[in-house]
Design a protein around this ligand. Structure first.
Ligand SMILES: Nc1nc2c(ncn2[C@@H]2O[C@H](COP(=O)(O)OP(=O)(O)OP(=O)(O)O)[C@@H](O)[C@H]2O)c(=O)[nH]1
Length: 431
């Protein structure tokens, strides 16, 4: 089967110049784009590397007739959405195209920000992370049954028969639900729930008790100890899957609301700092490199003053998307404050980090910004990169990156500087 890449987009159309422009604009947001003006070439490419999405942008009556044979061929090979750029197509024609396989329509001339928002939405839906479940039960048979039933439903199950492992496993796997056996030889489920609830960082994780217990007062007692639900052990598998899925989904939404910034969907300030505080000791333990980056959009006050607050918000969102899609897996990206961003790069050496950020700086500076009824303009950012040094705390690392950012601003902005302990920034990436 063809390999599917989450950021790969194929453009198909007759106008090479228009495709090239769209390709350039999508590349700014971290998408990898390839353009085709012949359907045979597009199909051949789809055979070898399946894109996340296909965008068909074809004008002219002669090609419309051809599309009726081409779209079904594209659909047969597509694993993701097929977008089509249209201008004033009647609804009946749109329905006919949908029946052939088109999943989404976008209006011509293309509004790249809106297109990217739609693509982002599809990306989030196309790659749902499996729910993470922790099960604690002294019976191996019960653990196996839970693992098999929930695993078959696509969940990631971690299991233990030792209640004393619970805190360690919570820390390691960040489960979105804990299923606790009520009666275990040495410790009872409600006692474990109370221990879990003592830790503020696990305070919200749903705990569901699993027992043969049908005694209502006993169930209520267990729930008063910090459990969220009570399941009986011989319940049908589909009921178990439904309850666990709903509980995980609710917790995931709540977490998203608590940990993400609503404008950009990046990690919020508190969560980013917490992630850094976890990543620093881990890097020390594993003797691995780690880089921390602070980014600030240049002259952002002027952008707001000149083009309006909404255009300013669009600039923030476009940089957020670029950072979300343009950094290696494992990067933790957060909105640090208004027009400030911060990135934790575990396993990335400082020079490599500076190069990565500088490539994004160039793409961002080349991207035409704007909002409805606002003239096109360009924005830029400055960044400071600091490597984790021996004995350094998370707070000191933030201060080092902030100093390098301050220097990048002082030296004229639109540049990336590497922090140097001697006070003179090194490894500068220029304009
Ligand atoms: N549109 C918009 N503006 C914001 C948001 N958060 C903060 N700001 C504005 O961002 C501006 C930040 O300006 P400053 O910190 O003075 O610096 P600057 O103009 O970016 O200039 P330099 O950092 O010196 O290049 C302020 O005017 C804030 O009101 C936001 O969410 N949306």
């Amino acid at each position: 089967m063809a390999r599917q890449s989450s950021a790969l987009i194929y453009l198909f159309g007759a106008d090479r110049a228009a495709l090239a422009l769209t390709g350039q604009q999508l590349a700014v947001f971290g998408f990898e784009v390839q353009s085709f003006d012949r359907v045979a070439e597009l199909l051949a490419a789809m055979h070898s590397a399946s894109p996340f999405a296909v965008l068909v942008d074809t004008v002219g009556a002669d090609v419309i007739a051809q599309l009726e044979t081409q779209i079904p061929l594209i659909k047969r090979l597509a694993h993701g959405p097929i977008f089509m750029a249209i201008s004033g197509e009647p609804v009946s024609r749109q329905i006919a195209l949908m029946r052939l396989g088109v999943t989404d329509f976008v209006n011509r001339p293309l509004d790249i920000q809106k297109l990217v928002a739609r693509l982002d939405q599809q990306l989030d839906q196309s790659a749902p992370e499996p729910y993470r479940v922790l099960v604690v039960d002294d019976s191996d048979a019960m653990l196996k049954w839970l693992e098999l039933t929930l695993g078959r439903a696509g969940m990631q199950v971690h299991k233990t028969h030792d209640p004393l492992d619970v805190l360690l496993l919570l820390e390691r796997h960040k489960p979105e639900i804990v299923i606790l056996d009520v009666y275990m030889p040495e410790y009872e489920g409600d006692e474990m729930a109370r221990i879990i609830r003592q830790q503020p960082r696990f305070d919200g994780v749903p705990i569901v008790f699993l027992s043969t217990e049908t005694n209502r007062p006993r169930q209520l007692m267990a729930r008063s100890m910090g459990g969220d639900d009570f399941l009986v052990k011989n319940m049908p598998p589909e009921e178990l899957v439904a309850v666990v899925s709903m509980t995980c989904e609710r917790y995931r939404r709540l977490r998203q609301w608590m940990t993400r910034d609503s404008l950009t969907l990046l990690l919020n300030h508190t969560t980013l700092i917490e992630s850094l505080e976890t990543a620093v000791p881990r890097a020390v333990r594993e003797q691995d490199v780690l880089s921390f980056v602070m980014i600030d959009i240049d002259h952002f006050k002027n952008i707001n003053d000149q083009y309006g607050h909404m255009a300013g918000d669009h600039v923030i969102q476009s940089l957020a998307r670029l950072l979300r899609l343009g950094l290696p897996p494992g990067a933790l990206v957060g909105r640090y404050g208004g027009e400030e961003f911060a990135i934790v790069l575990p396993g990335v050496a400082p020079l490599h980090a500076a190069h990565l950020i500088d490539a994004l700086r160039q793409r961002f500076a080349a991207f035409p910004q704007g909002a409805e009824k606002v003239a096109t303009f360009y924005a830029s950012f400055s960044a400071g990169v600091a490597p984790l040094q021996p004995g350094q705390s998370a707070q000191q690392l933030v201060e080092a990156a902030d100093l390098a950012l301050y220097d990048a601003k002082a030296r004229g902005r639109n540049q990336v500087l590497l922090y140097s302990a001697t006070g003179s920034p090194s490894g500068a990436q220029g304009k």
